[in-house]
Ligand binder design. Structure first.
Ligand code: ADE
Ligand code: ZN
Length: 339
């Protein structure tokens, strides 16, 4: 019988919370800097990694946007997406719903036609080569205004092929979801689905606000929901998916240690929780590493790991038949493991 950690990496699953700009590995930073004639303020990969000592979300975001600024050409975006999809496929990911931050690129004069071309080509090549599928989720930067978010969704309209939904990310404190109500309303008119980062550093009220004001169908992080018993009750009753990212929460000091992470408590409360990687190049691991770290920290049994992978499939925006097919595949792999 294969080991449990092996099972975590092999089970068919989806990834629903990964920022493509957060998959930029230091090695690729140097390759992009050389290709685009940019000087990096670091001598080597070790120096880059040494800078990844975050104290909170903002201290990470400052470095994350510096890294994203190295992405310039369609080839840069292609290489980034292709590298992520290859790693994800190696971790058993059959389908990914991937965030991108258009405003971090358009603000530098890099238009939708540039990054969407790279993303789309990489996604269609990976589908053919690796059998992994992916959709994109356009995120509004929450430190910018609601008006800028509206302008972004209007600018995006001709480029929505392959985009399944919208989200909000970036600095959460002091930026309630209600600021983005109009941008989400426009996105809904365009047939897009809705997710939102909420309850990472922000209070439980931001989770309720994301559900009520934005119509969010899924909450990214949501770990602070546990501070409000009524909200937990609602999330359980409505089975609102929560995309949890254990390594991220430790790296950004949302929790001080993996042993203190509320993942098990969330599952015990009957919440629809999945495990995801957030910004794997910055937080010490991809989705398989997140499963394994959580499994070690909480001593999760095989049944729980299988339930988490099933939750990831059920929490996705895949259609019914594709979900059923993936769950059947999951059951076949887990049954094979028992034999
Ligand atoms: N952008 C990239 N990663 C993020 C995170 N963990 N929270 C909010 N915004 C982000
Ligand atoms: Zn995130």
């Amino acid at each position: 019988m294969a080991g449990l950690s092996d099972l975590a990496g092999r089970l068919p699953k989806t990834e629903l919370h990964v920022h493509i700009e957060g998959t930029l590995e230091p090695q690729m930073m140097f390759a992009l800097a050389a290709r685009n004639g940019v000087d990096l303020p670091y001598a080597d990969v070790e120096e880059v990694r040494a800078a990844y000592r975050f104290t909170n979300l903002q201290s990470f975001l400052d470095i994350y946007y510096q890294g994203a600024a190295l992405l310039r050409t369609p080839d840069d975006f292609y290489d980034l997406m292709a590298a992520y999809l290859e790693k994800a496929a190696g971790d058993g990911v059959r389908h990914a719903e991937i965030f991108f931050d258009p405003q971090s690129h358009t603000a530098r004069g890099i238009g939708f036609e540039i990054f969407m071309r790279g993303f789309r080509d990489a996604i269609s090549d990976a589908r053919r080569r690796l059998g992994i599928s992916a959709d994109l989720i356009l995120c509004f930067l929450r430190h910018l205004s609601g008006e800028e978010a509206v302008a972004t969704i209007m600018e995006a309209e001709p480029f929505l092929d392959g985009v399944i939904g919208v989200g909000i990310d970036s600095s959460e404190r002091g930026r309630p979801p209600e600021l983005f109500e109009e941008a989400y309303a426009r996105a809904r008119e365009l047939g897009l689905r809705a997710v939102a980062h909420a309850g990472e550093e922000g209070p439980p009220e931001y989770v309720s606000g994301a559900l009520d004001a934005l119509g969010a169908e899924r909450i990214d992080h949501g770990v602070r929901s546990l501070e409000d018993a009524d909200l937990v009750d609602r999330l359980r009753r409505e089975q609102i998916p929560l995309t949890v990212c254990p390594l991220s929460n430790v790296a950004l000091h949302v929790v001080e240690d993996m042993s203190l992470h509320p993942l098990s408590a969330m599952m015990d409360a009957g919440l629809l929780v999945s495990i995801n990687s957030d910004d794997p190049a910055y937080f010490g691991g991809y989705i398989g590493d997140n499963y394994r770290k959580a499994q070690q920290a909480f001593g999760l049994g095989e049944e729980t790991i299988i339930a988490l992978a099933r939750n990831s499939i059920e929490s996705s925006f895949l259609d019914g038949p594709r979900k059923t097919a993936l769950v059947e595949e999951l059951e076949a792999v887990s049954a094979g493991d028992e034999g």
